[in-house]
Design a protein. Structure first.
Length: 221
């Protein structure tokens, strides 16, 4: 049973706040119907991601420039599809939500993803998800709070809590190159947050909450 702990999470559009939560990592789905539904939401009415907090918002078609919070499990699916490249982040928009306002990036659906969902649609009904295999080993322990220090534009250092592990994230075209502490390539990610989770899994940990600090903005030389 997961115990409730006090953690740090980015606020919607501003500074980090203290929250109580029992689960920090996004829940992955293998259900093609859920994936197809979330991809449909990204196309109409449209989705936005608040990079500071990772919160996913759904555009309000009746109120241009406004958005509502997406359900937690749908937001986790968006994060999963961004990590795997099935969705991508687009331009920055000024969004109003729940009495707050600030920047959020649009969520884009690449043509390959649209084609994939279209193929599923023509195979009606979309197949039932396969049963997940029994775990072969006990779940790995969590990293705790993951620190991402953006030391200069396009470069960040990742510290996986108190594990002593980490890595480096470098902007590589439209994505980010993720390296371990020795400079070896781990993979690519869509954002600093996704890169931090990728490094956690690479080192054998369950990703904890991610806190991003832009040092190059705080300590200008």
């Amino acid at each position: 049973m997961t115990t409730k702990t006090s953690t740090v999470q980015g606020a919607l559009f501003g500074d980090p706040v203290i929250v109580e939560t029992t689960d920090h990592g996004p829940a992955a789905t293998q259900d093609p119907r859920e994936v197809a539904r979330v991809v449909g939401l990204a196309q109409d009415p449209g989705l936005f991601v608040v990079e500071r907090s990772g919160r996913v918002l759904r555009a309000d078609a009746a109120r241009p420039g406004c958005a509502d919070a997406l359900a937690r499990h749908d937001g986790d699916t968006v994060a999963q599809l961004l990590d795997t490249g099935h969705l991508r982040l687009g331009g920055t928009h000024h969004i109003h939500h729940a009495g707050s306002e600030g920047p959020a990036r649009s969520v884009l659906v690449p043509k390959a993803t649209r084609d994939m969902v279209s193929r599923w649609d023509h195979l009606r009904p979309i197949p039932e998800p396969t049963r997940a295999p029994e775990p072969q080993k006990a779940p790995q322990r969590s990293t705790g709070l993951i620190g991402v220090d953006v030391v200069e534009p396009g470069k960040a250092l990742v510290c996986l809590g108190t594990t002593g592990q980490g890595g480096t994230v470098l902007r590589d075209g439209g994505r980010y190159r993720v390296e371990n502490d020795h400079g070896a390539l781990v993979g690519h990610a869509s954002s600093y947050r996704a890169a931090a989770r990728l490094l956690a899994r690479y080192h054998g940990f369950t990703p904890g909450p991610v806190e991003i600090e832009h040092e190059h903005r705080l300590y200008r030389r």
